[in-house]
Design a protein around this ligand. Structure first.
Ligand code: NAD
Ligand code: UDP
Length: 312
């Protein structure tokens, strides 16, 4: 049995990861400050004696003895990470310093939940891990993008300087049950709007693209990455290469929900990337042929059924 710390464990991805790690017979400590996390996401795990919740803010050090750390703490939705941008960058940078310092001291493996946002508004397509990105350092998304880029730098430097056992996953747009209804990201927004017969808000003309990965595929990928040998550090893209226009996503959600909602177009936010698609050849090679299994329609059906249940 391994003892594993999951920061941001009450959030969307973290809660699924805690569940998976418990199922595999590990002891799991879920650390969260509940900024965008929700106790409802983990309430079904509380009776498990091998599960512990800790209310803590990762911008201050936390001391514990564990074998592995998954560092997920950070708001991920643009409306939430832009709410208090200084706090967002502190969470990424000071959070990374704190988990890396801990990993160094206790000799634990540590995995960073990085993001496709390190590529910014990418000028090469699809994005490979060796692309350095096209990021605005002073825009509305910078607190998140540059915070995550700096966190990657810190991970690499703790690896080079202190031999800390690190892994970096660059996660592409992921969706599924346990997103908050007011999360603000596109899949949950459209699903909630469609279920409530409210207008679907497409930002801009809807021609911008994203590649949507279902949560179970991501969890499989990050667990496999953590379980690789010390020679595998990444960064490794984890995403579903199937790319959709935002307008196509809206149409599909309307069809699957049989909703009467209309589509409205509102202003495109500043620095909204035009396109995004992961090149996942490296993940396939390093992670025992990992590739996403659940396609968009099936993933949306599961997500719609979750939101119908919690919005009743
Ligand atoms: P989320 O907002 O649902 O989860 C983030 C969790 O971190 C929340 O529970 C929140 O309360 C917690 N948190 C935030 N600041 C904290 C702090 N200072 N101290 C302790 N806890 C804190 O988002 P998510 O989609 O689950 O994302 C999890 C991680 O994966 C994030 O680091 C995010 O950047 C990364 N990621 C997610 C996606 C995606 O599409 N979901 C894509 C790329 C990267
Ligand atoms: N988007 C949209 N309507 C919404 C929310 C988002 O059209 O209600 C668009 C947004 O402009 C972006 C895409 O959907 O082009 C994905 O947005 P999200 O916030 O989910 O993720 P990110 O931009 O970080 O990839």
């Amino acid at each position: 049995m391994k003892k594993i710390l999951v920061t941001g464990g009450a959030g969307f991805i973290g809660s699924h990861l805690c569940e998976r790690l418990l199922k595999e017979g590990n002891e799991v400590i879920c650390l969260d400050n509940y900024f965008t996390g929700n106790k409802q996401n983990i309430v079904h795990l509380i009776d498990n004696p091998f599960f512990e919740m800790v209310r803590h803010d990762i911008t201050t050090p936390y001391y514990i003895e564990v074998d592995e750390i998954y560092n997920l703490a950070c708001p991920a939705s643009p409306i939430h990470y832009q709410y208090n941008p200084i706090k967002t960058i502190k969470t990424s940078v000071m959070g990374a310093i704190n988990v890396l310092g801990l990993a160094k001291r206790i000799k634990a493996k540590v995995l960073q939940a990085s993001t496709s946002e390190v590529y910014g508004d990418p000028q090469i397509h699809p994005q490979t891990e060796d692309y350095w990105g096209n990021v605005n350092p002073i825009g509305k998304r910078s607190c998140y993008d540059e915070g995550k880029r700096c966190a990657e730098t810190l991970f690499m430097d703790y690896y080079y300087q202190n031999n800390v056992k690190i892994k970096i996953a660059r996660i592409f747009n992921t969706y599924g049950p346990h997103m908050l209804p007011n999360d603000g990201r596109v899949v949950s927004n459209f699903v909630v709007q469609a279920i409530q017969n409210k207008d679907l808000t497409i930002f801009g003309d809807g021609s911008q693209t994203r590649s949507f990965q279902y949560i179970d595929d991501l969890v499989e990928g990050i667990v496999r990455l953590m379980n690789t040998g010390n020679d595998v550090i990444g960064p490794v893209n984890l995403g579903n290469p199937k790319e959709f226009k935002i307008s196509e996503l809206a149409d599909l959600i309307l069809k699957l929900t049989e909703s009467k909602s209309k589509i409205v177009h509102v202003e495109l936010p500043e620095d909204d990337p035009e396109q995004r698609q992961p090149d996942i050849r490296l993940a396939k090679k390093l992670l025992n042929n990992w590739e996403p299994d659940i396609q968009l329609e099936q993933g949306l059906i599961n997500t719609i059924s979750y939101f119908k249940k919690i919005l009743k």
